[in-house]
Design a protein around this ligand. Sequence first.
Ligand code: FES
Length: 85
Amino acid sequence: MLTSILICISIHSAVGLSESYMYVCICNGITDRDVREAVHAGASDLSQLSAMTGCSTVCGSCGDLALEIMEETRREHFSLPLLAA
Ligand code: FES
């Protein structure tokens, strides 16, 4: 049975802003931010994400989480606003 390992990192910048990210793909060191950036750059499925980032190209256990983050990113940034009738 494969076990997903989620590692969250917080980085505090010199100007006091903090940024957190999560490793999605441990094999290749791909974070949720890398996945989101790939979606913004045009990745629309796991094979495109893999080609762009290397995510899910070794053991493959990160694929489901990567797809969830891709879908979440599309919902947040590419959905059309609802228009009132
Ligand atoms: S965790 Fe992504 S390929 Fe292994």
